[in-house]
Design a protein around this ligand. Structure first.
Ligand code: FE2
Ligand code: FE2
Length: 409
C-alpha cells in the first residue's frame, strides 16, 4: 500500500510559471528535508535563501543555460512507437485513464491515484508536469519509488512531457521516467523510447504528442522568440511516415493528447501543433477529440474548427493534483467558446476558491468511446460519448449524464 503524502496541494497555490521560481521550490524542498532530518531550524524561505542561494543559483543556471536532453524519436531499434491497444476485459473493451498535472506528490494526487487503482484501467497516461522541475527525485516520489502512488496499467503506462519536466532540460524525464513507461503487445513489453506515442485498434487512434520539449527555450533567446510548443521535425516525420496521418483511407476516430492547450479562454494558447497536424492531414476535413492539460481547470470547449480542415472537441483536464482553478471566465468571447466548466468549489483558502481534482476514464467499445470524468471524492462529474463512422470519420457526440452542479454555457 503506497504511503500517503503529508503534503496537500495548497502548498502549490500561487505557483508561478517561471523556471526560476520552480527551481527555487525544488531546492527549498531539499533544504527542508535536510533541516527536518538534521535540526529544528524554522522552515522559512529566507532562511533557505541565506543558506542555499548558491545551491539554487547553481541548479537554476545549470539547467537554464545547460543543454536540453537530446531528442529521442521513433523508429528506434525496430520499434515505431505505434502499438495495438490490448483489450482490458473479456468483451474486448479497452480502458485508458488520463491524468494531467498530477505529479506533485500530495494527498490529493494520492487520492486520485487510489481511485484510478480501484478502476484498474488497462492503460494509464500522464499528460505532463512533474513538480517542480521534473528532477530524478521528483519522478521517484511520484512514479517509481516503492511508495509512489502512480498506478501502472496492465497493458501500458505512458507519459508526455510538460513544461516543468523541461525546466530541468528533460534529463530525468527521458532517462528515468520513460524507462519505467511501456506499452504491451501480447507478452512483448515496449519500453517508451520517445516523448510521443500512438495506441490504436480497428476503430480508434490515441496519439500522444510531445509539446513540452519546445515549450521552453534558451533564456536569452526567449525574449525574441517565444517558445510555441511546435512539433519538432522528428515528430512530424513520425506522424507522416509511421502513424501515416495523411492516409486518406484511414477514417478511424482520432484522439490527440498533449500537455499544452490548443485553445484557452484563460491563458496562452498553443495553436501551432494543431496547424501542423492539419497540414499533415492534407486538407482532409476531419473532426478529432483533443485532451490537454497545463491549465489546472476542467473545461470542455465547444466543437469548433481550430484550423482549416481540423475541428476538435477540446478538453482541458490539468486537474490531476494541483490546486484546481474555478475563476469565472472574463469576457463574452471566452464564454462563447466554453461548453462545460467544473466550477464547483471544494474549499476556500484566503481569496482562492479551490476546485475538485479529477481524472478521465476512457472506455473504447467498438466504434464507441465514453469519457467519464471523476473527481477525488469519487463523484461522477460528467459522462460523454462519441461514436465514429468508419466510412467518413465523422464523430457523433452525446452527453450521457453529469452532476447538476456542472456549469454549462
Ligand atoms: Fe501544470
Ligand atoms: Fe504545464
Amino acid at each position: 500500500m503506497p504511503e500517503r503524502s503529508e503534503n496537500t496541494s495548497d502548498k502549490y497555490l500561487n505557483l508561478g510559471h517561471t523556471a526560476a521560481e520552480n527551481h527555487a521550490k525544488t531546492q527549498q524542498k531539499l533544504y527542508e528535508k535536510h533541516v527536518a532530518e538534521t535540526s529544528s531550524v524554522t522552515r522559512r524561505l529566507d532562511e533557505f535563501f541565506k543558506t542555499n542561494i548558491f545551491g539554487f543559483a547553481w541548479h537554476y543556471l545549470k539547467s537554464r543555460f545547460g543543454k536540453r536532453h537530446a531528442y529521442p524519436f521513433y523508429p528506434v531499434d525496430g520499434d515505431n512507437g505505434v502499438y495495438r491497444m490490448q483489450p482490458s476485459d473479456k468483451e474486448g473493451a479497452v480502458t485508458v485513464t488520463l491524468l494531467s498535472d498530477w505529479a506533485n506528490d500530495t494527498r490529493e494526487s494520492d487520492q486520485i491515484a487510489h481511485l484510478v487503482a480501484q478502476d484498474m484501467p488497462g492503460y494509464t497516461l500522464h499528460l505532463g508536469d512533474v513538480y517542480y522541475v521534473g528532477t530524478r527525485e521528483e519522478i521517484r516520489e511520484n512514479f517509481t519509488a516503492p511508495h509512489a502512488s502512480w498506478y501502472f496499467g496492465k497493458s501500458g503506462s505512458l507519459a508526455l512531457s510538460g513544461n516543468h519536466e523541461m525546466y530541468s532540460n528533460g534529463n530525468a524525464f527521458f532517462d528515468h521516467l520513460l524507462t519505467a513507461m511501456y506499452a504491451m503487445e501480447g507478452d512483448v513489453k515496449h519500453t517508451q523510447r520517445a516523448g510521443f506515442f500512438c495506441l490504436e485498434n480497428d476503430f480508434w487512434r490515441v496519439i500522444g504528442l510531445d509539446t513540452g520539449y519546445t515549450s521552453v527555450g534558451h533564456p536569452l533567446l526567449e525574449v525574441l522568440f517565444a517558445p510555441d510548443s511546435h512539433l519538432r521535425k522528428e515528430q512530424t516525420d513520425w506522424l507522416e511516415e509511421q502513424v501515416r496521418l495523411g492516409d486518406p483511407h484511414d477514417k478511424r476516430g482520432l484522439i490527440f493528447l498533449s500537455h499544452h492547450p490548443v485553445l484557452s479562454g484563460f491563458r496562452k494558447e498553443y495553436p501551432r501543433p494543431a496547424s501542423q497536424i492539419a497540414a499533415l492531414m492534407a486538407g482532409a476535413s476531419r473532426p478529432a477529440i483533443w485532451f490537454w492539460g497545463h491549465e489546472h481547470r476542467l473545461i470542455g470547449y465547444k466543437f469548433r474548427e481550430v484550423c482549416r480542415g481540423l475541428s476538435i472537441y477540446g478538453r482541458c483536464i490539468g486537474v490531476g493534483g494541483m490546486p484546481v482553478e474555478t475563476d469565472e471566465p472574463g469576457d463574452r468571447e471566452v464564454i462563447g467558446q466554453l461548453d462545460f466548466y467544473d466550477r464547483r468549489v471544494r474549499k476556500k483558502i484566503r481569496r482562492h476558491q479551490v476546485g475538485y481534482n479529477a481524472y478521465v476514464a476512457l472506455t473504447f467499445r467498438g466504434n464507441q468511446l465514453t469519457a467519464s470524468y471523476k473527481d477525488l471524492e469519487s463523484n461522477l462529474i460528467l459522462e460523454e460519448k462519441w461514436e465514429v463512422e468508419l466510412e467518413t470519420g465523422a464523430l457523433r457526440h452525446e452527453v450521457l449524464r453529469h452532476t447538476p452542479k456542472l456549469s454549462w454555457y
